[in-house]
Design a protein around this ligand. Sequence first.
Ligand code: RP5
Length: 174
Amino acid sequence: MERAVSSAASPAGSPLVGVVMGSSSDWETMKHAADILTDFGVPFEARVVSAHRMPDEMFAYAEAAQGRGLQAIIAGAGGAAHLPGMLAAKTPVPVLGVPVASRHLQGVDSLHSIVQMPKGIPVATFAIGTAGAGNAALFAVAMLAHHDPVLREKLAAFRLRQTQVATAMTEELR
Ligand code: RP5
């Protein structure tokens, strides 16, 4: 299993999106977010910022996020996944939570930990696993595209390609 978290996978420029996770073991899931951001040319950074093993670093990361120009933070964690909620508590930057599949409860624990935020501090929560990581990145792209016509065109082209692929699937039935 690939456990190294890439720190240089981003296109050039100050990061607009932070991709953070509780462990390098989450990277197999979270790299699907990084891949989407790379494809769209969105500058991002990828880091391990464990909530319970690096609480001070996690707070520092959240406190610096807005000043560093981050527009969104995609946070993935597994088990008692408090990383997205704690980051959201410490920064006004929108946090997109990705429940990572856990060994014993297959990520249902992660999902409930992230999605059941008490009213007042929202975390936008995505599907368990790679679909959630990819969709969190696409959601971040959509947020950025709101003020970026080039990104908007790329997103429209991405969706058109999906439609074309799905449309061509009928041929496979013959
Ligand atoms: C969480 O514990 C991480 O987000 C990861 O999903 C899980 C297991 O971590 P490792 O034991 O693989 O480091 O903090």
